[in-house]
Every structure is written in C-alpha cells, then in structure tokens.
Design a protein around this ligand. Structure first.
Ligand code: ADP
Ligand code: MG
Ligand code: ZN
Length: 555
C-alpha cells in the first residue's frame, strides 16, 4: 500500500502537502471521521482523494456541483485515477457503465449528486460495493443558517446509520461559528475531529467603495488595475448581468454572461471558456463559481451588495488561489441597502430574522473604519487578528467626523413627516426636502412648508445619500418593507434628543472620483498604522517583483 506522501508525489505530482492536509489525510486514512473548515483554494479535494486512493475500496464523494462533475472526473482520469460520477445529466447507459465499474471494483472515486441518495437503487448499489470513505463536499449546504441550504443534504446523516464503519469527512470553505455547529450536529459529526484552518487569504486586497456610477467605476477599476486579467464580476440580477457583460464587450473587454436563466449549453460553454482562456471576464449572478478551480482569477468584483458575509467571503475567495496578489472590489450604495431590506422581509419569521442579521453584518463590513480583514476573520470566528495592511481601510484609514447634526436633520425630517403629516417617504423625497428642492412631488404634498425644508442645503445630494446609508448601517434609521420608506428606530430618539453622538466615515463627503485612484498608488501616499507597515513593505516588494517579471514598471 502506498503512503499518502507517495500518492501525493506519484499521482498528483506535488512536492509537499499544504498546511493541514497531511494531518487530515492521516486521520481519515486511519479510519477517523473529520470535519474540515478550510478556505476556498486551500486544497480540500486532496483531503478525501488521497484517503480514497490509500484505503481499500471506493471513495464516495457527495457534491452539489453537478455541472462540474464531468470536469473533475476527467481531470482525475488524466492523472490515472479511476473516477466516475452519477448524476441526473446522464442517460441510462452512461449510468449503467459507471455502476458496473463500481461493482467490479474498478473505481477509486465515485462522485454522487446528493439527490441520488434519495433513490433506493443508489443505496442498494452502494451496499453491494466496498466503500473506503464518504466525503461530503460543500458541507455548509446542510446548514439552514448558511446561505446555500440544500434539503437533500439533510439525508446525508443516514450514511452513518447505514455504514457505521466507513469514515466520513465533511468539508466546507464557509462556516461561521454558527454554521460550523449546525453542520456538526446535522451530520452527526460531534465526535469527529474538527480541523479548522486559518481563513485568512492575505494575498487578496479588499476594497469597498461607494457606488455612484457603477459602470464607469467598474471600467476604471478594470482598466487601471486589471487590464487583460481574468476575473469575475458579480451582479444581483440576471438583467444586470446581461447589461454589464454587454457594456464591457462594447468597451473592448472580453466578457461573457453567466446566470441560471441561460440555457445549459451556453452556461457550460462560458464556464469552460473562463477556465481555459486567459483574460476572460465572467459577469455572473451567484449561480456561478462554486467549485470552480481556476488559480489565476486576479479579481472578483461586486457591483451589488451580497446577501451575507458568508457569500461575500466565499465569492471573493475565488480570487488569487495561486497565492499571487488579487483584488476583491465592491461598489455599494444606498439602493442596495433599501433593496436588500425589502428582500429580507420575505419568508417566515425565522428566515426574516436571519436575513436581517446577515444584512447587518454585511453593512457593518461596508461601513467599518477599521481593517476589513479583521472584521471578516472575526466574523468567521478567528479573533485577535492584526490590521492587515492590504485592505483599503488599512491603507487609507477613513477619517470619521462628528455627523450628529446632519443625522439629526435626516431623522427630524422623517419624524416631522410622520408626526405632522402622518406620512412616510423614501430617501429621495427626504433628501429633496432637506435640500429645499421644490420638485413636483414636494409641492404636491406641500412639503415646502415643513420646518426642515431646506435645512440641509449645506451639503449635496450625494452626501445626503451617503449619510442616510450610514445611518441605516448603524441602525439609527430603518427602511420599511413595502415601499422602501424611511422610519425611525428605537435608537433614533437618543440622536434626536442630542444624547448620542453619531460618527460617520469622512469619505461620505468626498467626491467619489478622488477615491478611485489605484489602491497601490493610494497606499504609497498614505501613512500606515505602525503594525501594518512591515506587512505592507513585504507586499510592496512582492508586487514590485511580479510587476517587473511581467515587464511593466512597478509604481
Ligand atoms: P478547495 O476545494 O479547498 O477550494 P482545491 O482542492 O480545489 O481547493 O485545491 C485548490 C488548488 O490547489 C488546486 O489547483 C489543487 O490542485 C492545488 N493544490 C492542492 N493541494 C496542493 C498541494 N499540496 N500542492 C500543490 N498544489 C495543491
Ligand atoms: Mg473544493
Ligand atoms: Zn486591513
């Protein structure tokens, strides 16, 4: 029997294990159960593939990524690994061929879509074979708390009842402490050994910017920092995916759309072009990306606010798997917040509460004045990180300013509308009132006679929108379900009475253009927090080196 290290060299052609892999593999080879939390690109596949090759019998891998199974299996076969898969895309003959290989002991690895396990025939088939290990990939799909719940995953707890002696390894790249606990109990892995790798992806530069002209901002980001690079641009809706992809193509940038509304052929084509071609951009909804293994994705951009930090971190984690510098860039604005609050109100009570918590955490990240990475890692249970030196807030610490007075103006406009007029309005009308604009809608409702009319003409439209956005993020203002009307919260009163100070990010008041300079340039000009400097120096040396290798001048 080969040892794991021999298999690593001989079959996969790698020199050494990555952090955590050997311990996990040894544990599973020895027959132990494992729950593995490791970031995207960390190398989870080997953690079950090698035990499957070392132990006697077939390794059965449960994966929701049906569209990727063929590719995964082809890649393994190219390495000489006897792999096969069973899912709903196959016809009867194809399935039979795999089943007979399985029964004849001619497979090392069998990939199964979770819904296959609902079919009795599959269970009977498995019972006739010799199984070395069960691997449950993307294990967060079993957690309702998470963002990618799949009911079929709940059935996976049965595997242990049916095959108590076969070791199980569950793996995921996305787990807050709450999701971690839920995976563990739903899959009955409380007694398993839990391996938690560091979730930090230090080579990814995090940046979040205020959205005003998203298309122009995206184009500027791509042209100034990612000319000719492969990357993913995430949008919330199918229609914006189409529009943005078209916009990029019109501007001479190679881009293809991907969303669940496209036919399967087009999706498969665009996905495989992304994997094989250099410098192609996929504009996609979140339907794209899980399990995609492309090491040189240089950026992940979000043009809309993701629903949760779990989703965001997993999506951005698709950048820079090769360890070289990569960017996670996001533009977000007030409309995103309003839209998400509205969407968060759908579904049952528990679902709503969950959505609101997810959104609050997302907003807290967007509006933070401290290191983005500290916040992200903290959210995923990794406490006490140091400022990273490789995010926008580390490199250009946003000043905060006392925004109590403007906050009071916004809140009192909302209060006056409610008290004096028994009315509620969205942000547009409230800002028009503050600015003293006599629009048709203002005149129609007689809002020019409110005492707050025109009290905010010291600031502009964009500034007021930024302030409202931050008040929403801080929970000092809320958006109502149906029409996106602004309403006060329990915490508003303290601000209105002058008992509570409101600190706002300074960049709210800075024109957006000034902020879109390249991060590298901005970083070189600003003073860094003392603890971040050494990290940054290393990174700068490193970036300089890669830039030189590519024949472009380092900045
Ligand atoms: P994950 O499932 O954790 O996102 P993968 O298993 O897809 O990550 O691995 C990510 C990439 O890292 C793959 O290209 C894989 O071949 C590579 N990789 C994994 N382990 C090693 C290793 N020990 N040495 C070199 N490359 C590795
Ligand atoms: Mg994986
Ligand atoms: Zn940082």
């Amino acid at each position: 029997m080969d040892t794991p290290t021999e298999v690593l060299h001989r079959v996969f052609g790698y020199d050494s294990f990555r952090e955590g892999q050997q311990e996990i593999i040894d544990h599973v080879v020895g027959g132990g159960d494992a729950l593995v939390l490791m970031p995207t690109g960390g190398g989870k596949s080997l953690c079950y593939q090698i035990p499957a090759l070392v132990r006697r019998g077939v390794g059965v891998v449960i994966s929701p990524l049906i569209a990727l199974m063929q590719d995964q299996v082809d890649a393994l076969r190219a390495l000489g690994v006897r792999a096969g898969f069973l899912n709903s895309t196959q016809d009867f003959d194809e399935r039979q061929l795999v089943e007979s290989e399985f029964l004849a002991g001619e497979l090392d690895l069998l990939y199964l879509a979770p819904e296959r396990l609902r079919v009795d025939a599959t269970l009977r088939l498995l019972a006739k074979g010799d199984i070395s290990v069960f691997a449950i990939d993307e294990a967060h799909c079993v957690a309702q708390w998470g963002h990618d719940f799949r009911p079929d995953y709940l059935e996976l707890s049965r595997l242990h009842e049916l095959w108590p002696d076969v070791p199980r390894i569950a793996l995921t790249a996305t787990a807050t402490p709450a999701t971690h606990a839920e995976i563990s109990s739903r899959l009955g892995l409380e007694q398993a050994r839990h391996f938690v790798a560091s979730f930090d992806r230090p080579n990814i530069h995090y940046r979040i910017t205020a959205k005003n002209e998203p298309k122009r901002q995206l184009l500027e980001f791509l042209r100034s920092e990612h000319d000719g690079d492969s990357g993913i641009v995430y949008c919330l809706s199918r229609s914006s995916v189409e529009k943005i992809a078209e916009f990029l193509v019109d501007n001479g940038i190679a881009a293809v759309p991907y969303h669940a509304g496209l036919d399967a052929r087009t999706r498969a084509l665009h996905q495989s072009r992304f994997l094989r071609e250099d410098g192609l951009i996929v504009v996609a909804t979140i339907a794209f990306g899980m399990g995609i293994d492309k090491p040189d994705v240089r950026f992940v951009a979000h043009l809309d606010l993701p629903k949760s930090l779990e989703g965001y971190y997993q999506e951005t984690g698709r950048a820079g798997r090769d360890g070289l510098p990569a960017s996670a860039w996001m533009a977000y604005g007030l409309n995103d917040v309003v839209q998400h609050r509205r969407m968060a109100m759908e579904g049952d009570e528990a679902h709503r509460r969950r959505q609101v918590l997810h959104l609050d955490a997302m907003l807290a990240l967007c509006e933070t004045v401290t290191c983005r990475r500290i916040m992200l890692l903290d959210y995923f249970g990794q406490k006490d990180s140091q400022p990273c030196g490789n995010c926008d807030t580390c490199q250009t610490p946003p000043e905060s300013w006392d925004g109590t007075v403007p906050a009071q103006k916004v809140l009192s406009a909302v209060l006056r509308l409610a008290r004096e007029r028994r009315q509620k309005f969205g942000v547009g009308q409230v800002v028009d009132i503050l600015l003293g604009k006599k629009t048709a809608k203002v005149l129609q409702h007689g809002h020019e006679t409110l005492t707050v009319f025109g009290v905010g003409d010291d600031l502009g439209n964009a500034e007021w929108h930024g302030i409202v956005r931050q008040l929403l993020a801080q929970g000092l203002l809320a958006v109502e379900t149906d029409y996106g009307a602004l309403v006060l919260t329990d915490d508003s009163a303290g601000v209105l009475r002058g008992q509570r100070e409101v600190l706002l990010r300074r960049d709210t008041l800075r024109p957006a253009r000034a902020k879109t300079s390249s991060s590298a340039k901005a970083a070189a000009q600003v003073e860094l927090p003392a603890e971040a400097a050494p990290v940054f120096e290393r990174l700068r040396a490193w970036r300089g080196a890669t830039a030189k290798e590519q024949g472009v001048p380092a900045y």
